[in-house]
Design a protein. Sequence first.
Length: 66
Amino acid sequence: MCLAVPAKVVEEKGGKAVIEQFGQRRLVFNNVVNAKAGEFVLVQQGFIVEVLEAEEALKTLEEIEK
């Protein structure tokens, strides 16, 4: 079982994107969903698989940080 935690897209780089999650940044593939900078997303195995509503993502992150 995999756990997907919301991340924020910081920068688009062609078919890839830089995401930020808990203060760390990493490069992931963005060619499945084509998320835009500023959007919250779910990442599975290095691919952005879903764009989330900001409110939902922030609520989930808040619960994780408790």
